[in-house]
Write a protein that binds this ligand. Structure first.
Ligand SMILES: NC(=O)c1ccc[n+]([C@@H]2O[C@H](COP(=O)([O-])OP(=O)(O)OC[C@H]3O[C@@H](n4cnc5c(N)ncnc54)[C@H](OP(=O)(O)O)[C@@H]3O)[C@@H](O)[C@H]2O)c1
Length: 486
């Protein structure tokens, strides 16, 4: 456990502090951290947006938000204590006026709390404001390179393709060095995603087998039973490939496939992940339709703020291969979809069939391959499927499973993603955030596929809401199963 006495003191500045993200996620997470005694004593939140509030009136709306969204009954004494650390400052992102006042406020709090000029800036705003805000952070000297440290936390989307991601990045890196950029990917702080490296490194029954000699294929699946809800304006320009595959699914692939780093330092973990993302084999144009299945749920075109004839995919299944000795001939199947039968994120590691050389001979042909299923959400845990003798027979084989449900056993709920993200940033641990090299590798790889999808809207197949997605997606995997039976 981290020593709280050394947890870095700092000021936490939120841009967009009257918005949905701040109310539903950031303020409740900060309250929970306060409740758990995880925040440094020398800490304050400075909320900024363009609406007119005083500290007192902002604290009232913040209290309403925390009461509504924090998932537990508000403890008045904790809230009162947090209130004293919560301030509001009005400004327009794209006008100089408010920034000089913000600087005065930060300097005053730095002096009062001895926060040393340590500042975290959280941009809970649309990406088109990232450049405007970071330029003014520099212009008005809200960061002081000679005193303390400064970090910038930002939410996806990090561009819409490689070119726009580069532009966005250059806007940010004019002011912030790469090591000070904390690009959020919520999947990286999910308990079982963090557990992936531990499961591999600490289990001799898995790590020596973690390669193409023993593994047949790997599935990385993230499904949602809900449609896009009110996110039409954003989603219709994005689609499943950009919204899910480019970031969350490829990040999970990197963590599953990478070589084990010899320490958990940010640099070592990121270096290994980047190597794997750069090993993604580009899919040739004439093979894309064989390796990629896209779908759109029935009724998507009636969703709010979706174009009447939109070809945007709400489902994507892909066969992905890596140019790496560990994974030669091992396909990775990525699958994600909205409005499908159930909500579930998991990684399935399917081992090869047992060799038919034992006394069981041909009987082994009917045995199921071993599987390790890592459950990420909503259930957290893992399941191992292996074979045993069917009771009452001599040589019939049946699969059985050992199922460890972490979310059932752990008494308290695992910490909300935003609590971990904020705490990691305060502690300067960027290992669960995305580095530019990862973005560059993933956009480079996926741009070819999104370009193809744009030129071939007829490839997007409709599927019924509440189904498994387009049937062609099952065919992709079945081809591998057939291969496995040979
Ligand atoms: N909502 C979520 O759960 C969620 C999840 C993941 C990522 N995100 C991303 O996070 C960002 C923010 O999302 P959101 O849902 O919170 O948006 P939102 O509800 O529209 O809030 C936008 C915030 O920005 C402020 N703002 C907008 N223009 C401004 C300007 N010119 N000057 C000063 N303040 C300005 C608004 O202040 P006023 O209220 O004072 O106008 C408000 O506080 C988006 O990029 C979104 O994609 C959101």
């Amino acid at each position: 456990m981290t020593d709280l006495s050394v947890r870095p003191r700092c000021l936490f500045v939120i841009f967009g502090a009257t918005g949905d993200l701040t109310k539903r996620k950031l303020l409740p997470a900060i309250y929970q951290l306060k409740l758990q005694g995880q925040l440094p004593d020398q800490f304050a939140v400075i909320a900024t947006a363009r609406k007119e509030y005083t500290d007192e009136s902002y604290r009232e709306i913040a209290k309403e938000a925390v009461t509504q969204y924090s998932g537990s009954t508000l403890k008045e004494e904790i809230w009162e204590s947090l209130c004293k650390q919560l301030f509001y400052h009005q400004l327009q992102f794209d006008e100089d006026d408010g920034y000089a006042g913000l600087k005065v406020m930060l300097e005053g709090l730095d002096d009062q709390l001895q926060t040393n000029g340590n500042h975290i800036f959280y941009l809970a705003v649309a990406p088109e404001y990232f450049g405007e805000i970071s330029d003014r952070i520099e212009k008005f000297q809200l960061i002081n390179q000679d005193r303390g440290w400064y970090r910038l936390m930002i939410e996806k989307p990090f561009g819409n393709n490689l070119e726009s991601a580069r532009e966005l990045n250059s806007d940010l890196t004019r002011v912030f060095r790469e090591e000070n950029l904390y690009r959020i990917d919520h999947y990286l702080v999910k308990e079982m995603v963090r557990n992936l490296m531990v499961i591999r490194a600490s289990n001799q029954i898995f790590e020596p087998l973690w390669n193409g000699d023993y593994i047949d294929h790997i599935e990385i699946i993230s499904m949602e039973s809900e449609g896009i809800g009110l996110r039409g304006r954003y989603y219709d320009k994005s689609g499943a490939l950009r919204d899910m595959v480019q970031n969350h699914l490829l990040q999970m692939l990197a963590l599953t496939a990478m070589e084990m780093p010899d320490s958990l330092s940010t640099t070592k973990v990121r270096t290994e992940k980047v190597k794997m993302l750069r090993a993604l084999i580009p899919i040739d144009e004439d093979q894309i339709s064989n390796q990629v299945v896209l779908g759109q749920y029935e009724g998507y075109l009636d969703e709010e703020r979706v174009k009447a004839d939109s070809p945007t995919e709400t489902f994507a299944a892909l066969k992905v291969c890596l140019d790496h000795p560990r994974w030669r001939d091992v396909p990775f199947y990525l699958k994600t979809g909205k409005a499908v039968v159930s909500k579930m994120t998991q990684i399935n590691i399917q081992f090869k069939r047992p060799l038919g050389t034992s006394y069981l001979g041909d009987v082994l042909q009917s045995a199921d391959p071993n599987r390790l299923i890592i459950k990420i959400q909503p259930d957290e845990g893992f399941e191992v499927v292996f074979n045993t003798k069917k009771p009452g027979t001599l040589d019939s084989i049946m699969p059985v499973s050992m199922d460890f449900c972490q979310s059932c056993l752990v008494e308290q709920n695992t910490p909300e993603a935003y609590e971990k993200l904020i705490l990691d940033c305060i502690n300067g641990d960027a290992s669960s955030f995305t580095h530019w090299d990862e973005l560059e590798a993933t956009w480079t790889w996926i741009d070819k596929i999104t370009d193809w999808a744009y030129r071939n809207p007829q490839e997007v197949r409709t599927y019924p809401k509440g189904s498994e997605g387009p049937e062609a997606a099952e065919e992709l995997l079945k081809r591998s199963k057939d291969r496995d039976k040979k």
